[in-house]
Ligand binder design. Structure first.
Ligand code: KG4
Ligand code: ZN
Length: 354
């Protein structure tokens, strides 16, 4: 049995988990900073890294207590090495290096996106499909479409050419005055909205595997906010944010936006699966919690669709531990001088790249 302590601090969640064999969760602690960032309507990097520094020690301690394990019972320490906010990553990477040095345990630097892919292995009853698998990662920072050829082996098919899917949900949520993060708030508001009330665009990209949300976001802004010609100069100066038109029915806008955003993602996933004889589709990351997205994928694609349990869609350390397990089995270990990597694409051989 392989038991790994995993640490995740790439964005606004300070998380630690203890995982056995890449499948069994002994502890999964997530200290969310959502309340801290809500006042800014998005993640404030400096505030995030300071909050990680304040809570990392307690979060790791809590995970060890909950799992009721000593460090001597662990096989390795895994940490998200990138991609992400560099100040946030540095906190986790520094802490993990210190622990590895103090305990003598091997260190494993893990790609955050690979963690999202491996969140599937933590679902109840998950049975590993044959490779290749299409993996779609849709979160606040990323929208990636990958062909997974084996453990640690990826080919990037496409991704967003501008905003990430979750970023678009967050920005539209902010325009509509909904609470942060926008994704869950838009999904909730859309429940009593009419998706046909607005005809928002589904962007066409040069590659069928790429997605784009910036035009959609602008179309929503134009439709729902007072445009300069509608407002007096004084009114514009008095406002530092766009003002919603009086006739806007927020549930309708939310439903129409959600319909367009999910259509865009479903189309890219469909093309990837169609062209690469994939045996299954993995969808993960915060936006994979969206029920409409899950339903549409199941309707349109004729292959098994795997989604993580809702509590593992957004950032967590359990998924980092699951990814680390396969890296550990492959005999890979990271050096103690690894550095945080703000940018790190999943490549043909992420094991070699790490
Ligand atoms: O994976 P995640 O926790 O963090 C990143 O790695 O970015 O994803 C957070 C993103 C946010 O943009 C949030 O608005 C979005 O996931 N999200 C959703 C839903 N739940 C979270 N988007 C659409 N529908 C949801 N139900
Ligand atoms: Zn993430």
């Amino acid at each position: 049995m392989t038991t790994i302590l995993a640490i995740e601090t790439s964005c606004d969640e300070t998380a630690a988990a203890i995982i056995s064999d890449g499948r069994t969760i002994h502890a999964n602690i997530v200290a969310s900073q959502i309340d801290l960032h809500a006042q800014y309507g998005g993640v404030f990097p400096e505030v995030a890294s300071r909050a990680h520094t304040e809570s990392i020690s307690a979060v790791v301690g809590q995970a060890m207590d909950e799992a009721d394990l000593e460090y001597s019972q662990l096989d390795a320490i895994a940490v998200t090495q990138g991609p992400g906010l560099v100040g946030s990553l540095l906190v986790g990477v520094g802490f993990a290096k210190g622990l590895a040095l103090a305990t003598g345990l091997p260190l494993l630097g893990i790609n955050h996106l690979e963690g999202h892919v491996y969140s599937q292995w933590l679902a109840d009853g998950f049975c590993e499909p044959a490779f290749p698998i299409i993996a779609m990662i849709v979160s606040g920072g990323h929208s990636e479409l990958l062909l997974m050829r084996g453990h640690g082996r990826y080919q990037r098919l496409g991704g967003t050419i501008d905003d990430a899917a979750g970023e678009a949900f967050d920005k539209v949520g902010r325009t509509l005055g909904l609470p942060f993060p926008g994704g869950p708030a838009i999904e909730k508001a859309a429940q009593c909205g009419n998706a046909s009330a607005y005809a928002f665009p589904r962007a066409k990209t040069d590659s069928a595997y790429d997605v784009s949300f910036s035009g959609l976001k602008t179309a929503v802004m134009r439709a729902v906010t007072l445009q300069p010609k509608d407002r007096s100069h004084r009114q514009r100066r008095a406002e530092n944010h766009a003002q919603l038109r009086d006739d806007v029915h927020i549930p309708d806008v939310a439903a129409a936006f959600q319909a367009a955003a999910t259509d865009t993602l479903v189309n890219a996933a469909y093309c990837g699966a169609r062209d690469h004889a994939a045996s299954a589709l993995f969808v993960s990351g915060g936006v994979s919690a969206n029920k409409l997205l899950r339903d549409k994928l199941r309707d349109r694609l004729e292959l098994p669709i795997h989604t993580p349990p809702l509590f593992l869609c957004s950032d967590n350390a359990a998924m980092i531990g699951a990814a680390a397990h396969f890296r550990y089995l492959a005999g890979l270990r990271s050096r103690l001088d690894i550095e945080a990597r703000a940018r790190w694409m999943l490549s043909e051989d992420v094991y070699a790249a790490g």
